[in-house]
Design a protein. Structure first.
Lengths: 404, 466
């Protein structure tokens, strides 16, 4: 009953700005498509009050992915995915189309900011133990999304077909050839033949704009559905004191909770946060503010710094030394640490493969009872060292590449 | 700067032998480094401890933070004076040639260093003098602590640029190349983790000594000292875990960019000192893990896993301390096959051309210590350890780790500085040029200040190591 009243109030709120024919049209559409119900479902949900700023990073990630899709669509109006015209088309953008140059800059800086925001989002989820039962699949889909975004990053960096793109593509496709047993075949599939050529660019273009987005979008949908199903866990501070509360206090908290709480009450203390708030307008406001700040940052970087475009690809320039994008620096350093040809698969496939598997398995490896980070040293200590390791590797790579 | 330029030609070194000058400078700088590293590492421990005390409303952390800031304030006065004394008296008096030339090349880093030093004073003094009053605005106090840490970090970064430049110099007129010289970033990481470990070790050492004293047996003091020792040790070995990887990377960059120094350290005259160095590294890990095992035992829990970790670490300690050969010359190395890859019947393996069992030991230290630390913290986080249970053995272990880290820092400084020998700046400036240097008769363009950036105008070209 209360929900029906809330729905009617929302319907009135939504139609308020309209009058006459517009209101009639809205009602006509609403009766057929259930717009009010949909908006109600999307906006009216209980979320944890504490730690709200910390989990605005998830919404920011989504907004930046949308920005990437939109800016990518704009770039497609001019970009030509052929080895003879790709660089020319981007050169035209950079020197003759100021709007498109900003869009290109936003696409690049959007990708950079996206990596940072995803990293922070994952770190927050890890530290707060949000991946614990029943949210294991949220974590796994999140890791898959992260890998897909990495894939988009590397394939996107090859599309300008300038010196950096060409030689990066050469190195990356060659690294793949070290994959045990099928390495050469995979290399030829990616290159479209034994050598780099027109097919290489076409294939990376197809992977970047079709294959990976086709996997990314449904995975985002699944991630969001799971989020709605189990509710936000947010930060461990949402559950501060649950270990000390009495059975009566716990029962009252559970009874007063709004949907989607309680999440599967496998762990009663953590099924409902101690303090709840409305998603709309409270959380939406915070999400919007953070997302707006990030989009503004992306825009400013696009205008001030822009996106680089080196000289057109020259396969004869064998003295050119490609440098990887910054988010691949740890991997690049790892590759250097396994210098012999027979060791490269260890550095490129085995170590990152084990790392990724462990990352994905975190919810199942973490058998600790609580959510507070200092009560989970079994995962926090190795996790901290893994993050430090990646940071150190990236720093060492910067020093090495500078002194080449 | 023009003033400095005008007085430079008149500077005459104090007439002492090269050996005496080197010993004096070395002694003072090694002492200064111990103070500076403690300050830099101590500030981050202070900020973290105060923050945790605030958020967890822990009296123990609050008490510790207050004690730490008092100690840091007092040692800053001594360490800062040592630094100024080193610059004013020893460098200008004994190595004025080196110092003035370095000043020209590193003018802006030195200016930034001085600014950061003033910033450190501005942040530290209110914390030292008004700790309790600032406690009423806890956020501000923690903000000051973070600023303090940033200032100290900046100073370390700038002095690391100087130190790494001396080992792997770049053209004097190329500031970006000087700032990012090949050994700068590895040294930066190496010292960052090392300083925190060192500060943790001093805390553990202090707690260990006090636990052995009569006053440390009082029931109102002992639990706190026990906790303080454990806390310091966690920082000490927790950050030393990174050193095998970081140190290996650092050595690799030295091998690539200053081969003669690398050769001296690994295979030449300094290899014995380096062997002692890795022995001390093994001491830190093994005694540290032994402490974790016995500390858990002192509270009544048997942990076979920690016992296994101790044994494994002991094995790695023995492995890394085993010399491959006492190679005093290239011929010795050649005879020991230390320069031949393993697949050709020699001793080298691809990872930085290392001896296999030494690499195994380094990997083992890192892996075993992460596991041991995790197991130990599991006991702590579940509230199973009773503070005050630590016995004499644990106190001695804390002292041993503290002393070992102190020695390893001093020895590392000795090895690094001597590996450049006979140079002060690799391939550019000799140590013995300091005492028999004759200044040019006129100032000339090279002495007009940092803008000229010519540098080394008075430095004789010197042949590199054979």
């Amino acid at each position: 009953m209360a929900q029906e009243l809330e729905r009617s109030a929302l319907a009135r709120k939504l139609t308020k700005p309209f009058s006459g024919l517009m209101a009639t049209t809205y009602r006509w559409v609403d009766e057929r498509l259930g717009v009010t119900d949909l908006v109600h479902q999307l906006l009216y949900e209980a979320v944890p009050r504490r730690g709200a700023w910390a989990y605005s990073l998830g919404s920011a990630t989504l907004i930046i992915i949308v920005l990437q899709i939109v800016s990518g669509m704009f770039l497609l109006w001019t970009y030509v995915p052929s080895t003879t015209e790709a660089w020319e088309s981007l050169n035209f953008i950079e020197h003759h189309d100021e709007f498109a140059a900003i869009v290109r800059g936003m696409h690049l800086w959007g990708a950079y900011v996206l990596f940072v925001v995803i990293g922070m989002h994952m770190l927050r989820t890890f530290v707060s133990g949000s991946y614990k039962k029943p949210r294991e699949l949220n974590w796994i889909t999140g890791v898959v999304l992260f890998l897909l975004v990495l894939g988009l990053g590397i394939t996107g960096s090859m599309l300008p077909w300038d010196q950096a793109a060409y030689w990066t593509a050469t190195v990356v496709t060659h690294i793949v050839s070290y994959f045990p047993l099928f390495g050469t075949q995979i290399e030829e599939i990616l290159r479209g033949g034994p050598q780099m050529g027109p097919d290489t660019l076409t294939r990376f273009f197809a992977i970047h704009i079709w294959l990976l987005p086709a996997l990314l979008v449904p995975m985002i949908g699944l991630h969001l559905i799971l989020l709605r199903r189990h509710g936000e866990h947010g930060s461990w501070v949402n559950y501060e004191g649950v270990e000390e509360e009495t059975e009566a206090e716990r029962s009252r908290r559970m009874a007063e909770a709004e949907a989607p709480y309680p999440a599967i009450p496998s762990d009663p203390g953590y099924a409902v946060p101690v303090d709840l708030d409305e998603f709309f307008p409270s959380q939406v406001f915070k999400d919007a503010l953070v997302s707006f700040a990030l989009v503004l940052l992306i825009f400013v970087m696009a205008v001030v710094v822009g996106a680089p475009l080196e000289r057109a690809a020259n396969p004869a320039a064998l003295n050119y030394v490609p440098t990887p994008e910054w988010f691949f620096l740890p991997l690049d350093q790892l590759l250097v640490q396994f210098p012999q040809a027979w060791m490269i698969p260890v550095g490129v496939f085995v170590v990152p493969g084990i790392g990724t598997t462990l990352l994905m398995m975190v919810p199942f490896l973490d058998r600790t009872p609580g959510r507070e980070p200092w009560r989970r040293p079994e995962v926090m200590v190795p996790g901290l060292f893994a993050v430090l390791f990646l940071l150190f590797e990236a720093m060492l790579a910067v020093g090495r590449l500078f002194n080449l | 700067m023009p003033l400095l330029a005008s007085v430079t030609p008149q500077l005459t070194p104090v007439p002492v032998s090269t050996g005496v000058a080197t010993a004096l400078v070395g002694l003072l700088m090694l002492t200064h480094i111990q103070f500076a590293a403690w300050q830099q590492g101590g500030y981050i421990i202070l900020a973290v401890s105060d923050f945790v005390g605030w958020k967890r409303k822990s009296e123990r952390y609050d008490r510790f933070s207050k004690g730490l800031v008092t100690a840091l304030g007092a040692t800053f006065a001594v360490g800062g004076s040592l630094a100024i004394f080193a610059i004013m008296i020893l460098f200008l008096g004994l190595w004025s040639h080196f110092y003035v030339d370095l000043q020209r090349v590193m003018f802006w880093p030195f200016v930034a260093e001085a600014v950061a030093f003033v910033g450190e004073i501005i942040c530290l003094y209110p914390l030292y003098a008004r700790w309790d009053r600032l406690g009423k605005v806890r956020g501000l106090r923690i903000g000051l602590e973070i600023l303090l840490f940033i200032n100290a970090e900046l100073q370390m970064l700038l002095i690391n640029i100087v130190a790494s430049y001396m080992l792997t110099p770049r053209p004097a007129n190329d500031l970006p190349a000087i700032l990012m010289n090949p050994t700068e970033i590895p040294l930066e990481i190496h010292r960052f983790v090392g300083n925190i470990a060192w500060a943790g070790a001093i805390i553990a050492l202090t707690a260990g000594i006090r636990l052995l004293l009569k006053s440390g047996r009082r029931p109102d003091v002992r639990p706190y000292l026990d906790w303080m020792g454990h806390y310091g040790l966690i920082w000490a070995i927790g950050f030393t875990i990174a050193q095998p990887l970081v140190g290996w990377e650092y050595a690799k960059e030295i091998q690539l960019h200053a081969y003669a120094s690398w050769y001296d350290m690994m295979l030449g005259g300094l290899s014995v000192a380096f062997l002692i160095q890795v022995f001390l590294l093994g001491t830190i890990f093994t005694v540290g893990i032994f402490y974790l095992w016995r500390r858990v035992r002192a509270s009544g829990f048997r942990s076979p896993a920690l016992a296994v970790c101790t044994v494994l670490s002991f094995g790695a300690w023995m492995l890394i301390s085993t010399p491959s050969s006492l190679a005093w010359s290239y011929e010795d190395v050649f005879r020991a096959n230390a320069n031949v890859p393993i697949w050709q019947g020699g001793l080298l393996i691809p990872w930085g051309a290392m001896i296999p069992w030494k690499l195994t030991a380094l990997v083992a230290f890192t892996g075993v210590t992460i596991v041991a630390l995790t197991i130990y913290l599991k006991y702590v986080s579940r509230g199973k350890l009773r503070w005050g249970d630590a016995g004499r053995g644990q106190a001695v272990s804390l002292i041993t780790v503290g002393v070992a880290i102190s020695l390893i820092m001093a020895l590392m400084g000795f090895i690094r500085e001597n590996s450049r020998g006979p140079f002060l700046i690799t391939n550019h400036m000799l140590i013995n040029q300091q005492q028999n240097f004759s200044p040019p008769s006129s100032s000339g363009p090279a002495l007009q200040g940092p803008a000229s950036n010519i540098g080394f105008s008075v430095i004789l070209p010197v042949e590199p190591h054979p």
